[in-house]
Design a protein around this ligand. Structure first.
Ligand code: N2P
Length: 369
């Protein structure tokens, strides 16, 4: 009996040892820069941080399927929000989308990684108008993503006559007629104060304290009759009939709303507004730079960039994408704006430290009331 006991125990031990040899070792958590099996040199994950409603998310899935890289996608509300997150030490992001003036500000602060454009061969397809911008000469830190304008969107089924001026956003006599269904303004410091400055006949980059106080007073007089302050969820609201009928808006977003309700129309006020360009950039803190460059290159391929424009209705800086872009988009002068219109618009420029302090105070006063 004893003998059989030992034989049996011995067999069990042998089996356990053998099983141990074939069983996979427990995996250690992946290091940030661990490579994926499929594409040599690519990280397992990529953290992408973009504006809301600003990509055809099917492209993210396509990229994941083609490369095996998993994309962790998140959104921010404004350039200032993006900057605050990076400055607060959010080091996990690999690809971010700052606008023109914010690229300049981030370069100055040392927050961006220098790009190796030889890893981004699709850069060759970027149009002359979009490349080598004043905010980043030689595109050392940024690759153009989309560009566009900021003006007024309205539902032509409700708003009549058609707005042609910023007074439709700032004159209480007009604005308060739409108190119920409803006006939205962009919750964006540079854009909203900039629009009020333009309404008053000043530059969107003005730092004169008296002018900024005037802009604040214009905003505070209209504010009680505005329904919402929103720049990230407002496309959804534009799609709900009667919810929002008029607003301060980025052009592409109004065209997306028009897919649901064809009354939605975009107009540039006669006082002029903002022309801008948003960009891919890599935070200096990214540990997955090669993968980030690979993603930027992939997104800038002509057919991919065209699919993205066909979804978000913003003009692509990728010249070679044009042949794949829906003609309705390509031929719309409110999307592919002509040079003459652009010459009446302004780019937002980085402010001086003193100027920024006044803007910040005015913005705080606007938000506090
Ligand atoms: C799209 C965001 C546009 C960004 N919802 C404007 N710079």
């Amino acid at each position: 009996m004893k003998k059989w006991f030992w034989v049996f125990t011995g067999l069990v031990v042998l089996l356990l040892v053998a099983a141990q040899c074939v069983a996979p070792a427990t995996e250690a958590p992946p290091a940030a820069t661990e490579e994926v099996a499929g594409e040599p040199g690519l990280a397992k994950e990529l953290y992408v941080f973009n504006w809301a409603d600003y990509i055809d998310e099917e492209l993210l899935t396509m990229y994941e399927e083609e490369t095996g890289v998993k994309i962790i996608y998140d959104t921010f509300d404004s350039n200032e929000d993006l900057l605050a997150k990076l400055q607060a030490g959010a080091t996990g992001y690999d690809v971010i989308f700052p606008s023109d003036y914010m690229v300049a500000q981030m370069i100055e602060l040392g927050l961006l990684a220098e790009l190796d454009l030889s890893n981004i061969p699709n850069f060759q397809h970027i149009a002359d108008f979009n490349k080598d911008p004043a905010y980043d000469p030689g595109n050392k830190y940024s690759v153009p993503y989309f560009w566009g304008t900021t003006g007024i969107g309205y539902d032509a089924n409700v708003v009549d006559p058609p707005p042609d001026s910023w007074s439709w956003i700032f004159d209480p006599e007009i604005v308060c007629q739409y108190e119920g269904g409803g006006i939205n303004v962009l919750d964006d410091q540079r854009e909203l104060i900039g629009a009020a400055l333009r309404y008053l006949g000043y530059s969107v980059n003005d730092t004169d304290e008296a002018h900024l106080n005037e802009a604040r007073d214009v905003i505070l007089a209209a504010k009680p009759c505005w329904k919402t302050f929103d720049s990230s969820g407002y496309i959804d609201n534009l799609m709900i009939p009667g919810e929002i009928v008029l607003g301060h808006a980025w052009n592409g977003d109004v065209f997306v709303a028009a897919e649901e309700n064809e009354g939605w129309t975009y107009v540039m006020p006669k006082e002029g507004g903002v022309v801008w360009q948003d960009n891919f950039a890599i935070p200096a803190s990214s540990t997955r730079k090669a993968t980030a460059e690979h993603f930027i290159n992939w997104m800038s391929g002509p057919e991919i960039a065209a699919q993205n424009t066909n979804y978000v209705w913003y003009p692509s800086p990728v010249e070679a994408a044009k042949e794949f872009i829906d003609p309705d988009i390509l031929e719309d002068p409110s999307i592919y704006v002509d040079d003459e219109t652009i010459s009446q618009l302004e780019w937002l420029e980085p402010l001086t430290t003193e100027g920024l302090a006044i803007w910040d105070r005015v913005w705080t006063e606007i938000k506090a009331q």
